[in-house]
Design a protein around this ligand. Structure first.
Ligand code: ACO
Length: 401
């Protein structure tokens, strides 16, 4: 049955697939992954090559537009993004209304939604030009919102970036600029963050991306779809795992560093505890991103001259899991976020910001998937169910219940 015919079919047999473990929701030309072989490619390019040779903005362009940019295309994309990197001053008032302790992911999803009110033309994107404008708008404003979410918590003044810097360096400046304006670019940090954001940039139909596509399928608009995606990413079984991993490693350290105790806890079916950063819905041999990140964590810590005992605990857990039949039988290996928090921490990024950093990296992937969904004119996402409730019942008056 071809896809066109399939589109017209409803009311037939409904398959049940909890968690959509074996359901393809769309055709896509963006990201290829083979979970058995540990292969990940964006638009046909190996993740290992991209992480090693490209910068984040190049990869964002590749994901969104399908090809690696020429120098001119990349410069224009960057200029167009920079031209949109101001956020309406009234957004600061909304941010001010949040308590200082608000989680950055809640702040980010709310502010991304709030941007719709200030950029109403981003909702109707029927032409290529309108679509492009919406894309560069959010690529320009999202790093500002992310940096502001951090600065609000840190009690630092809110400010804008510096268009003369690269996308990632500019973001780091917005984050770490001192109140007197002082900031020194650090190549090690820029390279490390470029790599981390590239590794997180897309991952086919994961929970948050599926959310973006399904919300977008009602033509709700890019920013509304992204805001929903941010909320989906927040959960500890998805993007929130990076924060949960570091908190878990910290707890193991505080508890005397006994990794075996936590391995036993994770295996105990009467205990809801899971080894955070282990396991993946699709990768059943290894997560290629985790391999790259593990090496990067070593390099960044060495380059920065930071010694973090938590890295040893992480390596210890990984070693033990590789030899443990519970983890081996269930094909549970470290995922991308097992080591990412160690790098973020070495960069001076607080743990509550880790998932927001993931969102910054995933932004171009979400945009690319939303754009593909709209351009392919996909129908509204609307799964069926198998009803397991009561049969028809007689209505009972409230006095008789
Ligand atoms: N620790 C201990 N046991 C685990 C773990 C873990 N981290 N992950 C899975 N298991 C066990 C389950 O208990 C289950 O065991 P059972 O068969 O005896 O019942 C089996 O492995 C299969 O697990 P499922 O939950 O069915 O696998 P699923 O594909 O639905 O979940 C997930 C994948 C959510 C990633 C899961 O492995 C997990 O919770 N990991 C920890 C959280 C995490 O690191 N999330 C980040 C994922 S990567 C990302 O989103 C960027």
């Amino acid at each position: 049955i071809d896809i066109k015919t399939l589109r017209g079919v409803t009311g037939g047999v409904t398959t049940i697939d909890p968690g959509y473990k074996n359901t393809g929701s769309c055709e896509s030309a963006i990201t290829f992954l083979d979970g058995e072989k540990g292969i990940l490619r964006y638009r046909g390019y190996a993740i290992e090559d991209l992480a090693d040779k490209a910068d984040f903005l190049e990869v964002a362009y590749l994901l969104i537009f399908g090809e690696l940019p020429t120098k001119e295309q990349l410069e224009k994309f960057h200029d167009d993004i920079n031209a949109q990197s101001h956020v309406d001053e009234d957004v600061k008032k909304i941010l001010d209304g949040f308590p200082k302790s608000a989680h950055p992911m809640g702040v980010l999803s709310s502010l991304t939604s709030a941007l719709i009110a200030f950029n109403p033309s981003s909702v109707n994107v029927d032409s290529d030009e309108e679509m492009y404008n919406a894309i560069v708008r959010i690529m320009g404003k999202f790093p500002v919102l992310t940096a502001w979410a951090y600065r609000k918590r840190a009690g630092l003044p809110l400010d804008y970036g510096d268009d003369s810097l690269g996308y990632v360096d500019n973001f780091l400046k917005m984050m770490f600029k001192k109140p007197n304006g002082e900031y020194t670019s650090n190549k090690i940090l820029v390279n490390a963050l470029d790599k981390l954001l590239i590794l997180h940039a897309d991952h086919e139909q994961n929970c948050s991306t599926s959310t973006v596509r399904i919300v977008g399928s009602s033509h709700a608009g890019l920013f509304a779809s992204l805001s929903a995606g941010i909320n989906a990413l927040w959960g500890p079984l998805h993007g929130g795992a990076n924060q949960a991993v570091l908190e878990m490693l910290e707890a193991i350290k505080e508890d005397g560093g006994d990794t075996k105790k936590y391995m036993a806890k994770a295996k105990d079916k009467s205990d809801p505890f899971r080894l955070m950063g282990f396991g993946h819905r699709v990768y059943k041999n290894f997560d290629p991103r985790a391999k790259i990140i593990k090496v990067a964590a070593d390099d960044v810590l060495n380059d920065l001259g930071v010694e973090d005992p938590i890295l040893d605990i992480a390596k210890g857990l990984e070693r033990e899991a590789l030899e443990d039949s519970y983890f081996v039988d269930r094909k549970l290996y470290p995922n991308v976020d097992f080591y990412s928090g160690i790098i973020y921490r070495a960069m001076g990024i607080p743990v509550e910001m880790f998932t927001a950093m993931f969102a910054l990296g995933r932004l171009p992937g979400w945009i690319a998937q939303w754009k593909e969904m709209r351009q392919r004119k996909e129908p509204i996402g609307r799964p069926r169910q198998v009803y397991i409730g009561e049969n028809l019942r007689d209505f009972k008056d409230i006095t008789k219940r």
